[in-house]
Write a protein that binds this ligand. Structure first.
Ligand SMILES: *[C@@H]1O[C@H](CO)[C@@H](O)[C@H](O)[C@H]1NC(C)=O
Ligand SMILES: *[C@@H]1O[C@H](CO)[C@@H](O)[C@H](O)[C@H]1NC(C)=O
Ligand SMILES: *[C@@H]1O[C@H](CO)[C@@H](O)[C@H](O)[C@H]1NC(C)=O
Length: 512
């Protein structure tokens, strides 16, 4: 079978579909950032190199039974040694930005209890400078799930207010070292996922939880997620405070936070399910964004959680209201149905039920959208517009970036590479979500960028390497990167170039 011909046909078909759906690059502002997204632990590898300290993920992945197939990020995509090649992939795509994260323990192997590691600073200097040289804007996440082991051992990381001091110190090292060239900072990635998976169901480090939420050796699922979240919110505020006071004026950048942001539809066309949708939004993103932007937790959360939800002192509230953020980062992947559990009976044994609601992908035997490789994630393109419009209304149209959006393929050792590279479903996913994003922008939403998760297949946390989110396939034995159909589609979309011209120009196509 000539895969080039087959892919060429499928590709033309999809360009045709994108033409009839009228999706074009020029429907987005010319200053709009289009990029791809990654994080340090998921791609870098080199886990013991150049004085890097151990982090929570190094420890967790090396503990038997935590990760599918016993996988870890020791080598991952070996991006640490191959970043120039990966920047070339970006250049071929034609993106004008790249979102990546800094590994805390490359910069501070022992947190604030040790020296700054100059070799870590050098690595990110090399990456940032190479990006800028190619006209690619660095969009930098300071913390993406990884915490120094030292801080976990000393005081339990996010469970202690001490982490605020460490995070502020780390953020300031980053502003000082890179802020002359980095103009887009994210303090923390998906703290809502971090605390739910780490402290409610215990499938991410530090693996703490209590029954019936999960079966861990220690933890308290009803209390700890809220304590960790409280310290994360204040850590964000402390970092923003330092940036505003000492760096922002000279460096001229902006700073925000990134939340995992699903969309929710009422399961039944009844008022209580519509109210449950509002609670779902409050418990998922309002939990973090309301305190940061409005100064306190959503009232629904206080009402339901009572004293399990920490209280901001007036000093802390003051800090929140004087720091806030410059933009909201939205990681949007999926939409689910929500059912009320105040009047209806439900089994509330996981964090989803904390807002007295249940979520499901199914109504009357029919799925809300096509399933993806990620359990519980469905393809529902209109969710993109709804999630953005809801943020616009709730937070007075603060600038937004779609910091992640992407499609998971599941794979195993017997999955044919041809099937993975021919990722028609991912092309449809991106087309659909971008179409609805452009609609939100036409309706006035101040969205300033879109980043696909991800540039390359990578280590997908507890799923190991079995889920592939990349626009480029990675052969983990050889570290060869192969552009998928979706990479070619993104390139064509960004370049607005005709299919044939693109086809002839792209030599990488001829490699398979
Ligand atoms: C929790 O895990 C332990 C050890 O694996 C096991 O013995 C126990 O039966 C589990 N408890 C529940 C309720 O699943
Ligand atoms: C929901 O119910 C209202 C009346 O209760 C009705 O007017 C409306 O058409 C229904 N919507 C849907 C999508 O079924
Ligand atoms: C491996 O993946 C293929 C799809 O790529 C699937 O059909 C098959 O069931 C999977 N096998 C196992 C053992 O999971």
């Amino acid at each position: 079978m000539d895969w080039c011909k087959v892919l060429g046909f499928v590709y033309s078909l999809h360009l045709f579909l994108s033409y009839v759906s009228c999706l074009h690059r020029d429907q987005f502002p010319s200053s709009f950032l289009f990029g791809t997204s990654t994080s340090s632990y998921q791609i870098e590898g080199a886990y013991l190199e150049d004085n890097k300290g151990l982090n929570n993920w190094d420890v967790f992945t090396h503990t038997k039974g935590n990760i599918m197939d016993g996988a870890n990020g020791d080598n991952a995509d070996d991006h640490y040694h191959r970043y120039m090649e990966d920047i070339e992939l970006m250049q071929t795509l034609g993106v004008n930005s790249y979102r990546f994260s800094i590994s805390w323990t490359r910069i501070l192997p022992r947190g604030r209890f040790g020296e700054v590691n100059q070799l870590g600073i050098s690595f990110y200097n090399g990456l940032i400078n190479a990006l800028l040289q190619k006209g690619i804007v660095p969009f930098v996440t300071i913390q993406h799930f990884d915490v120094p082991k030292e801080l976990e051992d000393r005081y339990g990381s996010w469970l202690s207010p001490e982490i605020q001091e460490d995070f502020q110190y780390y953020a300031e090292v980053c502003f000082k070292a890179f802020g002359d060239r980095v103009k887009h900072w994210v303090t923390i990635n998906e703290p809502n996922i971090l605390v739910n998976l780490g402290y409610s169901i215990g499938v991410h480090p530090p693996g703490r939880c209590s029954l019936p939420y999960g079966n861990c050796t220690s933890g308290n699922s009803k209390v700890e997620p809220y304590v960790a979240a409280h310290n994360i919110i204040l850590s964000h505020a402390r970092a923003v405070n330092v940036y505003r006071k000492f760096y922002q004026e000279n460096q001229g950048g902006s700073i925000g936070i990134v939340l995992a942001s699903s969309w929710f539809e009422p399961l039944r066309n009844i008022t209580v399910d519509q109210m449950a949708v509002q609670r779902a939004l409050s418990f998922e993103t309002g939990w973090f964004l309301d305190p940061i932007i409005l100064g306190d937790y959503p009232s629904e959360m206080r009402k339901i959680l009572g004293s399990n939800l920490p209280v901001f002192t007036s000093e802390q509230r003051n800090l929140l209201l004087t720091t806030k953020l410059d933009f909201i980062g939205i990681n949007h992947y999926s939409t689910v149905y929500v059912k009320d559990c105040i009047l209806s009976r439900c089994i509330l044994n996981s964090f989803e039920g904390n807002g007295l609601l249940a979520t499901t992908g199914e109504r009357d035997g029919k799925l809300i959208g096509n399933p993806t490789g990620m359990p519980g994630f469905y393809v529902v393109p209109y969710g993109m517009e709804k999630v953005v419009m809801n943020m616009k209304e709730r937070y007075s149209n603060i600038p937004m970036y779609i910091t992640e959006n992407g499609y998971a393929q599941s794979s195993n050792s017997s999955t044919a590479i041809e099937d993975l590279v021919d990722d028609v479903e991912r092309v449809k996913f991106m087309q659909g979500h971008l179409t609805y994003l452009s609609s939100a922008i036409r309706k006035g939403a101040d969205v300033r960028g879109y980043f696909v998760w991800s540039l390359i297949d990578n280590f997908e946390w507890s799923f190991g390497y079995s889920l592939r989110f990349g626009l480029h396939h990675v052969n983990y034995k050889t570290q060869e990167r192969i552009p998928k159909l979706s990479a070619m589609w993104y390139r064509a979309f960004l370049g607005d170039s005709a299919i044939n011209q693109n086809w002839n120009e792209n030599p990488s196509l001829k490699t398979y």
